[in-house]
Ligand binder design. Structure first.
Ligand code: HEC
Length: 140
């Protein structure tokens, strides 16, 4: 009997984790979209393409691979020259005050929308990224 209960429990856990795991990433992307629409869309635009020579595109630029850099850009802002799709930007983006969870969600959203593809990050990676040294990064 004990074995049967244990087995049933394991089955329930297995089914439970299976039905939950695919929804978790989707939830992060959905929340990330809401963060993007509140804090980013005015400059980087709904389609992520920004405004050429004013606000850089976030679509397939090859610039979103370093998640530590992205965390710093969102939370501490960024300035100085960057090249996006062959165009030089030398402006400033002010820091944005949101929670670590919102940072993870919005980064997951921009890295997995408009044809972009990258692994999802979680909230503990945001905490680590804040401490990380990022080469060439200049805070606002
Ligand atoms: C007021 C306008 C504005 C808002 C709002 C804004 N950005 Fe930016 N963003 C900029 C500008 C301008 C730059 C380029 C800065 C530079 O020249 O160094 C930039 C740069 C970036 C970059 C670096 C792009 C690259 O190719 O290296 C990322 C990533 C980014 N923004 C993401 C975001 C996210 C995510 C949000 C919302 C949480 C956001 N931005 C909100 C104006 C904005």
């Amino acid at each position: 009997m004990k074995k049967f209960i244990l087995f049933t429990l394991l089955v329930i856990i297995a089914i439970g984790s299976q039905s939950f795991s695919p929804t978790a990433p989707q939830a992060s992307l959905k929340k990330g979209q809401a963060v993007y629409e509140t804090y980013c869309i005015s400059c980087h635009m709904e389609d992520g393409n920004g405004v050429p020579s004013a606000f850089p595109s976030l679509v397939k630029t090859g610039n979103l691979t370093d998640k530590n850099r992205l965390v710093k850009i969102v939370l501490q802002g960024v300035r100085g020259p960057i090249v996006v799709k062959g165009e030089k930007y030398d402006a400033e983006m002010a820091s944005i005050t949101i929670t670590d969870q919102e940072v993870a969600d919005v980064i997951n959203y921009i890295r997995n929308t408009w044809g972009n593809k990258a692994p999802l990050m979680n909230v503990s990676e945001v905490a680590l990224a804040k401490k990380a040294v990022v080469k060439g990064y200049q805070p606002y």
